[in-house]
Design a binder for this molecule. Structure first.
Ligand code: T5A
Length: 454
């Protein structure tokens, strides 16, 4: 579409250029001349181009030289089909063609261009220069000046030159069966010069000429011309309107698309904001949940720590209790050991005491036995004072020994006391102690006395 709009803009520029080519007069139409030798196919291409242009919406005016006006028709008849066959002088011929052109431009071409039409003319200034200068040998500048005078400076915006070998064109005309007009009847050299003049003019100003090989089939020639025109022609009013309508529709579509896009973007932004808000809410909820979890963990940790402290306290108390129990048990064991030691010591003392007591009793019994034996001897024998005295000393010795024994035994507790002393003040010897009866008491006491002395 942009290229189409560029072409619309270029078309406006083209129209301004066309106006400038029309001697400064503002003409909004396009002026196209179709040129070429006789029988080159100008009428054929004009018909095709007219149909093509009108199909595109252009206002097309087809015309020709000579003969487009009433005056032109009379001049054409004089110029091409005069019956008297009197030769027309070259200058008169040039003037008559110029007269036809002047009337043609004033009455047909300029009005059509002024209203914006595309004017397609079959021949114009180039034919005068080609035929009257190239063919007849008149000065080209004079012919050009004469035409400029006739057109009041109007020049075609574009010249389509159908270039073909005159011989080929002659055959086409002959094939049509028409009798050649006065100029067609000119010799081949004449037509060769005409062709050369056309070609040289096109070569001198290529931007204003479209030169087409008219030896190609008519349809091919038409296609070539249309392609060339497509590049230079402005858009028709209908095409401009259609282009503007398309541009408007496209602009509206773009605006609608832009509105739709803006609405979509707004919806996307709103959705994104909602999504962001939802994510923020989720994050906040996760943060709060995390805080709750950490708080619960902290509380659980504090509970565990409290439980651990309580457990440690319990363990410590248990250890202390066990230590105290162990200490008490140790003390109990120690007390029991001490008591056992004391009991053992007591038992030993008792045993020792018993032994000593037994020994003391045995010694007492032995002494008593000895004493009794001595006394019995003393009593029974009563013989000698020495024995009595001895008995007396023995008794005294015995008493001393008893005193010593009493001192010895007094320091030990007596759990099993000796037999009560007898009436005689001595311990009563057991009947069983009579084992020593066989031993004389005096001798025993003496023996003991002897031990103590020693
Ligand atoms: N003259 C004119 C001047 O000397 N000075 C001037 O200033 C001016 C304005 C005008 C005569 O006046 C002279 C030049 C001329 O001699 P005219 O009536 O315009 O006379 O005669 P022509 O220009 O010769 O017109 P024609 O009709 O004869 O020739 P066209 O129009 O060029 O050719 P056209 O289209 O009629 O075709 C001729 C035949 O060829 C066939 C067509 O079907 C037709 O039968 N044809 C093709 N065949 C094969 N291949 C193609 N590409 C064909 N194109 C067309």
């Amino acid at each position: 579409m942009r290229s189409r709009l560029s072409r619309i803009s270029a078309a406006a520029g083209g129209r301004r250029a066309a106006a400038s080519q029309s001697a400064g007069r503002k003409l909004s139409g396009w002026f196209i001349a179709v040129e070429g030798g006789d029988g080159a196919g100008k009428s054929t291409q004009i018909d095709a181009l007219t149909a093509w242009l009108r199909k595109r919406g252009f206002d097309v005016v087809t015309t020709r030289e000579p003969g487009a006006t009433v005056l032109g028709a009379k001049l054409r008849e004089i110029l091409l089909h005069a019956k008297d066959r009197e030769p027309v002088s070259a200058r008169a011929e040039a003037l008559l063609f110029a007269a036809d052109r002047a009337d043609h431009v004033e009455k047909v071409v300029r009005p059509a261009l002024e209203r914006g039409a595309i004017v397609l003319t079959d021949r114009h200034v180039d034919s005068s220069i080609a035929y009257q200068s190239g063919g007849r040998g008149l000065d080209a500048a004079d012919i050009a000046a004469l035409s400029a005078f006739a057109t009041d400076g109007l020049r075609p915006d574009l010249v389509i030159l159908l270039d073909v070998d005159p011989a080929v064109a002659w055959e086409r005309s002959q094939a049509r069966g028409d009798a050649p007009d006065r100029l067609e009847a000119e010799p081949a050299e004449f037509h060769a010069r005409v062709r050369e003049m056309f070609r040289s003019r096109a070569a001198a100003e290529p931007s204003r000429y479209i030169v087409v090989d008219a030896g190609e089939p008519a349809g091919v020639v038409t296609g070539i011309i249309e392609d060339r025109l497509e590049k230079v022609l402005p858009l028709s009013a209908r095409e401009v309107a259609e282009a503007e309508a398309r541009e408007k529709a496209l602009r509206e579509a773009r605006e609608a698309e832009q509105r739709e896009q803006e609405a979509r973007l707004a919806a996307e932004r709103a959705e994104a904001e909602q999504e962001a808000e939802r994510r923020r809410a989720e994050q906040e909820e996760r943060r709060r949940a995390e805080e709750r979890r950490r708080e619960e963990e902290r509380k659980a940790r504090e509970r565990r720590e409290a439980e651990e402290r309580a457990r440690l306290d319990r363990e410590k108390a248990e250890q202390q209790r066990r230590a105290e129990a162990d200490e008490r048990a140790a003390k109990v064991r120690e007390e029991e050991d001490r008591r056992q030691v004391e009991a053992d010591a007591e038992q030993r003392r008792q045993s020792e005491l018993a032994v000593r007591q037994a020994e003391a009793r045995a010694r007492g019994q032995a002494r008593e036995q000895a004493t009794r034996e001595l006394e019995e001897r003393a009593e029974s024998e009563a013989r000698t004072a020495r024995l009595v005295e001895a008995a007396r000393r023995l008794r005294e010795a015995s008493a001393s020994a008893d005193a010593a024994d009493s001192e010895t035994t007094a320091v030990l507790p007596v759990t099993q006391g000796p037999d009560k002393p007898g009436d005689n003040g001595h311990y009563d010897d057991d009947e069983d102690d009579d084992d020593d009866d066989d031993v004389p008491r005096s001798r025993w006491r003496l023996g003991n006395l002897g031990k103590r002395k020693s």
